[in-house]
Design a protein around this ligand. Structure first.
Ligand SMILES: *Cc1c(COP(=O)(O)O)cnc(C)c1O
Length: 469
């Protein structure tokens, strides 16, 4: 499989290089040159397969030429053998023909584990083969950091540095990062805010001289391997609900348009997906596009669903690329307009094309809490605030009551106790067994001043399994 840039002006890469690449050299994002397409018979024959075997069949074309079948099978079996529920992504029925797909049974209790558990193992496999080491630097306001650290903890050839704003993440989220101990794991609490952390990561990618030649890898949501891993659970859910003989609709709590883009790809690969609902909080740039063809930057609002607090959706460019007939030159122009003016819209017929599949809703904190309360009252299930936004949007935007509607359950409610409490759910939430001693575990973290020199010199001093690069 070859991968090309959405802006049409960077070399095509194979899977291995895409995994290590991050942004393309022309500023675009990598996408498969040709998406694999499965026949209805093929898809039907996968019903009942264990998750890792289904994953092998769906992702094999994407890694072909870079990883052998035997190695890939082994990696997938290990990746999803590490989840606490034997169904991996179980469906829980909330209402008539309405289901939550629980994607929070991985080690850090959020859907990001599906991708990052795999990403860590893929990186390690490829780096071992090449005899290379890399450094990962990432910034987190919560979820991504712990999932990335968990994913890389066993990697022989990766040192991971995760920056979080000192004293500005919740105790559960901090402990999920700082209690994972290993000589290749480095938590840095920066005496600043999340944007300061993010800026330092960006600057480190722009000028990598402090790394003395060691390669820097991005694990943020634009990494192609993360999107690829997320395609699988759309097939998994739909097969259980009667696909491919029957169509299925999905509602996806969305920030950077990564998770829902994977659903769009599943549809293009042959899965009968009749509707995709973009569910946002009040940071609603995607809803503004879907409802009125207005994609523009606004101010950032802190919400009860912090993992979707974004101003710009970094993966949206991948959809725009398809909407413009995969013309890289057109996309480069559109994105440079967006960069200059902070806004874009597309020609009417392209927007109409998108709306054939996508609907959207922006959900307030108030409605998020009301949905958590309503679902708890009717079913006894406690939803996390992100999932609740998905449920609310599904109910408002649903096109057909006879088509199964699957809401992506992106996090375990125990990670977001504030929202659950605000919703008035008087049920004590317990950490799952594998995290039950989280508050007793030893923490390891270095507090550094809000200065890029301090952070980069720390990385240089510790980037080789705790030793200098
Ligand atoms: C990251 C995250 C999201 C948003 O996912 P995108 O791929 O950025 O759309 C939603 N919910 C939770 C709990 C998350 O951690």
């Amino acid at each position: 499989m070859r991968y090309i840039s959405t802006r049409g002006n960077a070399p095509a890469l194979n899977f291995e290089d895409v995994l290590l690449a991050g942004l393309a050299s022309d500023g675009g994002l990598y996408v498969p040159e040709n998406l694999p397409r499965f026949t209805q018979e093929e898809i039907a024959s996968w019903a009942g397969l264990p998750y890792h075997e289904l994953a092998f069949r769906i992702m094999r074309p994407f890694v072909e030429g870079s990883i052998s079948d035997a190695d890939f099978k082994k990696i997938l079996e290990e990746t999803y053998g590490n989840f606490a529920h034997s169904a991996i992504a179980p469906l829980r029925q909330l209402n008539a023909n309405e289901w939550v797909m629980e994607l929070f049974h991985g080690p850090t209790l959020a859907f990001k584990d599906f991708a990052l558990q795999l990403l860590g193992r893929l990186l390690d496999h490829i780096l071992l083969k090449r005899g290379e080491r890399v450094v990962i630097i990432g910034a987190t306001s919560g979820d991504t950091g712990s999932a990335a650290i968990e994913g890389c903890r066993r990697c022989e050839n990766v040192d991971i540095f995760i920056l979080h704003p000192h004293q500005r993440v919740s105790e559960v989220q901090r402990r999920q990062m700082t209690t994972i101990l290993g000589e290749n794991i480095h938590n840095i609490a920066v005496e600043g805010n999340f944007d300061d952390c993010q800026e330092m990561v960006k600057a480190s990618f722009a000028d990598q001289s402090f790394l003395k030649g060691t390669r820097l890898v991005a694990v943020n949501s634009i990494n192609w391997a993360r999107i690829m891993a997320q395609i699988v659970y759309y097939f998994h859910a739909a097969l259980q609900l009667g696909a491919p003989a029957r169509s299925v609709a999905f509602s996806v709590p969305t920030g950077n348009f990564g998770d829902i883009f994977a659903g769009y790809l599943a549809r293009n690969m042959g899965l009968p997906v009749s509707q995709l609902v973009v569910a946002t909080n009040r940071n609603d740039i995607l809803h503004r596009f879907m409802s009125g063809n207005q994609y523009f930057k606004d101010t950032l609002h802190a919400s009860l669903s912090p993992s979707m607090d974004i101003m710009v959706s970094s993966n949206f460019e991948r959809l725009l690329f398809d909407l413009h007939g995969r013309n890289g030159a057109t996309l480069a122009e559109l994105m440079s307009t967006f960069k200059a003016t902070g806004k874009l819209s597309v020609e009417d017929d392209r927007w109409v094309e998108a709306r054939k599949l996508f609907d959207s809703l922006a959900v307030s904190d108030e409605d998020t809490c009301a949905t958590i309360a309503d679902v708890f009252k009717r079913t006894g299930e406690v939803l996390d605030p992100h999932t609740a936004i998905g449920v609310k949007a599904a109910r408002e935007c649903r096109r057909s009551l006879s088509t199964p509607m699957v809401i992506l359950g992106t996090a375990h409610p125990v990670k977001f106790p504030d929202a659950v409490e605000k919703a008035g759910v008087g049920k004590a939430l317990e950490l799952p067994a594998h995290l039950s001693d989280l508050f007793q575990r030893e923490e390891r973290c270095t507090v550094l001043p809000n200065a890029i020199e301090a952070v980069q010199s720390f990385v240089a001093q510790h980037g080789n399994r705790g030793k200098p690069l």
